[in-house]
Design a protein around this ligand. Sequence first.
Ligand code: AHG
Ligand code: MN
Ligand code: MN
Length: 338
Amino acid sequence: MATGRISLTRFLIERQRDKALINADLRLLIETVARACKAISHAVNKGALAGNLGSAGTDNVQGEVQKKLDVLSNEILLEANEWGGNLAALASEEMEDPHPIPTHFPKGEYLLLFDPLDGSSNIDVNVSVGTIFSVLRCPKAASGEGYCEADEKAFLQPGTAQIAAGFAVYGPTTMLVLTVGDGTHGFTLDREMGSFVLTHPDIRIPEDTAEFAINMSNMRRWEAPVKRYIDECLAGKTGPRGKDFNMRWVASMVADVYRIITRGGIFMYPRDDKNKAGRLRLMYEANPMSFIIEQAGGASTDGRGRLMEVKPEGLHQRVAVILGSKNEVERVTAYHKE
Ligand code: AHG
Ligand code: MN
Ligand code: MN
């Protein structure tokens, strides 16, 4: 069957064989995550038919009410990834502590972090949700033999140490967006064939934009530089920017970031009076998305500096996020410096 299609498997094999960018273990890891995303996509798609909507009646470590799909997606990712022999441990937004590899399975050199279901508030209202993941290398043990104890400390590496990152968005089509450090690439799920197909190679984010994404209901709580930036956008053609701006806010980071890598834009969840450190999670949301955005020619900052250079202090740490079209992100950064 000559289709000329490049499947995720072929894409990864080529990165392994021709470019020596990844090894077989990392390839297996990414394929396993992608397979889990297919299962989550299916569960999201079935919705009420499979009894998948609504609350699970439990709270996660962040004190947020868990939806059934938060719990199910977390289980799907754990179950898919723990037996492969390529991981030292896993960490999830939905679990307080790192998840060790069960002793009857072999261990490997990688650490996997994920936000199993991003955009939980949109599940029951039938709006796009997704999965975000990040891969780090487990530091070598001090003895030089094998890998370190994969405790919380092993995970506390800056975003610049990421080996791979990606996200799936379960929207009108299910897409997987991936980087292994040589650009950002998009794959569409072919449901009948059951495979992800490379449909958006080498995604580039336009450097300029006239579209911003922010939760405006927090406006009164923002810091001055963010307030100034948005005020100037809202002033439109006759204001200091000399052009009209459009606004979008899906409240699923995966969907907002997908739009930005497709047509440009700036996404902001800044720190404010209520979320003093920011709202989004550094390890599960901010770092992987920053890696993807930078690899697509965009920029990402916490307002003070490059987001991926933030030194993590806790697994569930929150951070301010400003990312997207380069020139706009640089403008907001400059306002912070003034
Ligand atoms: P999660 O569902 O994993 O908790 O993440 C939701 C995040 C992110 O996806 C989105 O950008 C943001 O929270 C929305 O926050 P608001 O509801 O405050 O707008
Ligand atoms: Mn999230
Ligand atoms: Mn989540």
